[in-house]
Design a protein around this ligand. Structure first.
Ligand SMILES: [Zn+2]
Length: 171
């Protein structure tokens, strides 16, 4: 399940529509990008700049800008992402999974890098779409069978449907 890379990239919405940079706001980061166990007291300007760079990179991949350079860069992110193996039980067997290590920001970087790598290697990048509600524009993963999803949520879908209906019927 890819969620953290989308949450990070979708902060562009606030920047473009509201002219507000959410990544500069530690309280917002703690509320929306970091889980309760990873809350931060402080964040350095350097880390915020690196986070913005990661967001730019992730968005370029979402937009289909995949090149050898992008792969090298992604491998750089992965190389600095510490993971450790954990044995877990599933219904009928044990299996090994990998958990990110470090502080909240390191885990965020690691998760986003791994999500991007999975999207790339599992050929899911073509399923990354932008919501066609122009006032929204959120990126989402279309996991529908026929790849026909146009909107990020039911809310956007209903809003545009209602708008189109009204336009057609001049209500
Ligand atoms: Zn939307």
């Amino acid at each position: 399940m890819c969620t953290r890379s989308f949450d990070l990239v979708n902060t562009f919405w606030h920047l473009e529509y509201e002219k507000i940079e959410k990544l500069d706001n530690l309280q917002w980061l703690n509320t929306y990008l970091l889980p309760p166990e990873d809350q931060l007291d402080t964040i350095s300007e350097e880390v915020v700049t690196a986070l913005k760079e990661l967001r730019r990179f992730a968005r370029a991949l979402f937009d289909g800008n995949i090149s050898d350079d992008a792969m090298v860069k992604l491998n750089g992110y992965l190389a600095s992402a510490p993971y450790y193996p954990v044995v877990e039980t599933t219904e009928d067997r044990y299996r090994v999974t990998f958990k990110p290590d470090g502080d909240g920001i390191e885990k965020l970087f690691a998760d986003v890098a791994l999500e991007l790598a999975n999207l790339m290697t599992e050929a899911h990048l073509p399923s990354v779409k932008r919501c066609q509600n122009e006032a929204c524009g959120y990126y989402f993963l279309d996991s529908s069978k026929n790849q026909s999803r146009k909107f990020c949520s039911k809310k956007c879908n209903n809003l545009i449907k209602t708008r189109n209906f009204r336009a057609r019927h001049k209500i």
